[in-house]
Design a binder for this molecule. Structure first.
Ligand SMILES: [Zn+2]
Length: 147
């Protein structure tokens, strides 16, 4: 999924689970679970994109995601806990980025690439965005409910 979707879900988990020793592993686990849901993201067709375009899109997605996440949860959750949860909800893609952007096609980067490629559910636009909006919206609402 987009970095925005992963970051918001990581933040929502931190907001819903008061105990970081539970919330942090859950945030890390949320990434592969979300990626199973059919979606679209900027990585789609990455081989045909220039690395600069891919980097710019990914950086914009990440920045936007962090702004929205801190806007939604920054006042609800201890910021250190929130930052760790969000970082771990994204780390799978951070570890894959050198493969995409630098051509580092060796472990551990290739491992994350191969595992994630195998798990990634794909669906075309606009459905690929709508599935993310629905999933993230549902998780945020649920986190408010548990808070
Ligand atoms: Zn991923």
């Amino acid at each position: 999924m987009t970095a925005t979707a992963h970051a918001i879900v990581g933040g929502a988990i931190a907001a819903a689970v008061p105990d970081p020793s539970i919330g942090i592993p859950l945030a890390a686990l949320s990434h592969p679970i979300l990626d199973l849901i059919p979606h679209w993201d900027f990585g789609w067709g990455w081989k045909k994109k220039s690395k600069i375009l891919l980097f710019a899109q990914t950086a914009a997605d990440l920045s936007f995601g962090l702004v929205v996440t801190y806007f939604l949860f920054g006042r609800l959750v201890d910021n250190l806990y929130l930052t760790i949860a969000v970082f771990l909800s994204l780390i799978w893609d951070f570890l894959q980025a050198p493969y995409w952007l630098l051509g580092w096609k060796f472990a551990p980067f290739s491992t994350f690439y191969n595992v994630q490629r195998g798990m990634n559910g794909k669906i075309k636009l606009p459905w690929g965005i709508l599935t993310q909006v629905a999933t993230v919206g549902g998780v945020v609402l649920a986190s408010r409910f548990f808070h």
